[in-house]
Ligand binder design. Structure first.
Ligand code: HEC
Length: 320
């Protein structure tokens, strides 16, 4: 059982993610840590995105530094990842940094298995802008050598504060969206190992995409799906970025609809704003005309549900 010890807020500046006692430093485990943020478009579509490339440390004096590799942004749509880096963050700003000063002694008071909620004040530095952050964090001592610090509530970041308003305008224009929220809720899960060398998360390492999981969960058989794909071959290739009558389907699962540059989509497809995942593909492939009226895929649809899940499994299996 985890015992909750609510520490009182400590002094003025920069209180207590209480790592780094006994003059020991802690190193962030990139592969076990994550930063998630939420976004809402058109007032109704909520999405959770993440940065996979985190690294950092807490030194013996309690100075915390976490670096976020902005190019590791994962929005689950490739073109959107590219747009985020190019238009929102800016190519000249490859990293954002969070710094904080924490009470170097307090973690040692936690025994493995114990947790405490502490107030933390820190600074997010991004493209030359310093944005103060104040939040409460849950600190859990997982073992003697390992601790996890995670947001207790959420951190709300305002795009204007970060100087990102212009980039968001550009994104709206590119994606033809009437609105994207200007405040993003952010959550953090930071896992630190005592001492140790930094283990950087391989940026974009594992494609832990929601869509991937869904396709796998739908129980498709990729080998059977390869045969089903014969029905698509007259118009699509999936193994290279080459358009035929239809657009290429490389990495189609997780891709935004209408996203192949240079392919002339129908107006309906160009404006659809869908993400192709197990669910949307199933709907579209069962009955293209009905699912997306006005699209120009001259294909009657796959009648059997199994064929659909199989072909999706196949498309997924050949993804790069
Ligand atoms: C007769 C040609 C034809 C066949 C057969 C066909 N398609 Fe298509 N497909 C198209 C065209 C053309 C488009 C573009 C539609 C538009 O712009 O409205 C398209 C679009 C798509 C899209 C959306 C791509 C994007 O970039 O948004 C997917 C997914 C897709 N097809 C999958 C399939 C699958 C899977 C099959 C086989 C089960 C198949 N298609 C069979 C012609 C075809």
């Amino acid at each position: 059982m985890i015992r909750m010890t609510r520490l009182l807020a400590l002094t003025t500046a920069l209180v207590a993610a209480p790592l780094a006692a006994q003059a020991e430093s802690w190193t962030l485990s990139g592969k076990d840590s994550a930063l998630h943020y939420g976004s809402i478009k058109k007032n109704t579509i909520g999405e959770v995105n993440t940065f996979t490339g985190l690294s950092g440390s807490v030194d013996a004096d309690g100075k915390v530094k976490v670096e976020i590799d902005l190019t590791s942004v994962e929005t689950y749509i490739d073109i959107r990842n590219e747009r985020m880096v190019e238009h929102v963050f800016g190519k000249d700003n490859p990293t954002a940094t969070i710094t904080a000063q924490v009470d170097a002694g307090a973690l040692e008071k936690l025994s493995p298995g114990e947790m405490s909620v502490v107030d933390v004040e820190g600074m997010l530095t991004f493209a030359g802008q310093d944005v103060p952050i104040e939040t409460s964090m849950a600190v859990t001592r997982i073992s003697d050598k390992r601790a996890m610090v995670s947001t207790d509530g959420m951190i709300m970041l305002t795009m204007a504060e970060l100087g990102l308003d212009g980039g968001i305008d550009k994104l709206m224009e590119l994606a033809k969206l009437p609105g994207i929220t200007r405040v993003a809720p952010v959550t953090l899960r930071l896992v630190f190992d005592r001492g140790g060398k930094p283990v950087k998360a391989a940026a974009k390492a594992e494609p832990k995409k929601a869509e991937t999981v869904m396709a796998a969960a739908s129980g498709g058989d990729a080998a059977a799906g390869k045969k089903v794909f014969r029905k698509c071959k007259a118009c699509h290739v999936v193994d290279k970025e080459k358009n035929k009558v239809g657009p290429h389907l490389v990495n189609i699962v997780g891709r935004a609809s209408g996203a192949v540059e240079g392919f002339k989509y129908s107006k309906a497809m160009a404006e659809a704003d869908l993400t192709w995942n197990a669910e949307t593909l199933a709907g579209y492939l069962a009955n293209p005309k009905k699912y997306l009226p006005g699209n120009k895929m001259a294909f009657a649809g796959l009648r059997k549900e199994q064929q659909i899940t199989d072909v999706i499994a196949y498309l997924e299996s050949v993804a790069k």
